[in-house]
Design a protein around this ligand. Structure first.
Ligand SMILES: *Cc1c(COP(=O)(O)O)cnc(C)c1O
Length: 363
């Protein structure tokens, strides 16, 4: 019997769903008695059960303590760039930011529209090939918060652990591309936010974890659907949430639990990324990854060809092998392989073999 040829997307921008979850959603769409999950009113007991199940699994997978609220909002991480300072009720001192790449820069630029922004450290002078040396960070003790981008999706730079910070300055992170890819200590964080469409589910859903002592500070201008305090009080149902995106996310969360949770995901993601980084490091400079080894992202492997005139040939040959969406971020260029939770090990392995073969042909 012929096996279907491999077709896999390494896109950074959207979730690949695990095939079993895709099948489950298809079943869900035909099994509905009165209505399918696409048609589910947010006011029903059935939807409340779905939402409660999703929250339970977020808490279980990440070990979210009771003193953090879990919110299911809309607007994407980009909306949080300005909503976060407004929700934390920042005063004249504003927030501190660590600038590590494209997304951190976008975050602080947007935040500067509504509050004072202080760049406490930046790796711009190293073309964002690392997290700035922790010894150079100048975090102001009076800052309302310290913001980091835990995984720079476009630059391939990632924090391995919680960074040190002055006591009393809540730590805040955009974890859009690495939340749920590894265990973290949620108790270290004041606020964690993430768009769903990298590792959690379809676009339209934004997860926000917020320590409850930071609630009650929102600026009066914050619209109710984006107000952490009002949404925490309403169980994320102040108004209609993204019901179908939440349904799919709930199925992905069940799948993550069944896979053995985040330690299992981290172990698998390490194997996948080592395969691809291995093909780069063994290439003798045919492929180049400029990210410093200590800060390499396990989920977005950014690299380029030493001879960049070969890039379009690389992309075309990869597609012919069923390996899609390997172009780098439009502002960064080069190549990028995004290895999110649902990317199978076989896909990373096929990519690494393809890279070695392409080098044999063109090296
Ligand atoms: C994708 C991404 C975003 C943007 O998410 P939107 O849903 O488009 O707002 C923000 N930050 C990081 C780190 C990302 O990877």
């Amino acid at each position: 019997m012929a096996t279907s040829p491999l077709r896999v997307s390494f896109s950074a921008a959207a979730t690949a769903l695990p095939p079993v979850v895709r099948d489950r959603i298809r079943d869900d769409l035909v099994a509905g008695v009165q209505r399918t999950p696409l048609e589910q009113p947010f006011t029903t007991a059935q939807f409340r059960e779905t939402l409660a199940g999703a929250e339970d699994n977020v808490r279980r997978l990440l070990g979210v303590p009771e003193d953090h609220a879990v919110l299911f909002l809309q607007g994407g991480a980009t909306a949080q760039f300005t909503l976060l300072p407004l929700n934390l009720g920042v005063g004249p001192d504003g927030g501190d930011y660590i600038e590590t790449g494209y997304w951190a820069r976008k975050t602080l630029t947007e935040a500067s529209r509504v509050t004072r922004v202080h760049v406490a450290a930046s790796s711009a002078d190293h073309a964002f090939d690392r997290v700035p040396d922790l010894a150079t960070w100048r975090v102001r003790p009076e800052a309302s918060y310290l913001h980091i981008t835990s995984n720079e999706t476009a630059d391939g730079v990632a924090f391995a652990d919680t960074p040190p910070h002055p006591p009393g300055v809540p730590l805040v992170a955009d974890m859009s591309s690495d939340l749920l890819t590894r265990p973290i200590r949620v108790s270290d964080w004041g606020v964690i936010y993430a768009s769903a469409q990298k590792n959690i589910g379809p676009a339209g859903l934004t997860l926000v974890l917020v320590r409850r002592d930071l609630l009650g500070r929102a600026h009066a201008s914050v619209p109710a659907p984006f107000d952490y305090t009002r949404q925490a009080a309403a169980g994320s149902r102040f108004n209609t949430p993204a019901t179908f995106s939440i349904h799919v996310a709930a199925r992905v969360l069940e799948w993550l639990v069944a896979q053995g949770g985040l330690a299992a995901m981290q172990a698998e993601n390490r194997i996948k990324s080592r395969l691809v980084y291995g093909a780069i490091d063994d290439s003798g400079g045919f492929y180049r990854c400029r990210t410093s080894e200590a800060w390499r992202s396990p989920v977005n492997v950014c690299f380029r060809l030493d001879d960049e005139t070969l890039t379009s040939r690389f992309l075309g040959a990869a597609e012919a092998e069923g390996l899609f969406d390997l172009a780098g971020h439009s502002r960064v260029g080069g190549l990028r392989a995004s290895l999110y939770n649902a990317t199978p090990l076989s896909a990373a392995s096929a990519l690494a073999s393809f890279m070695r073969e392409f080098q044999r042909r063109h090296g």
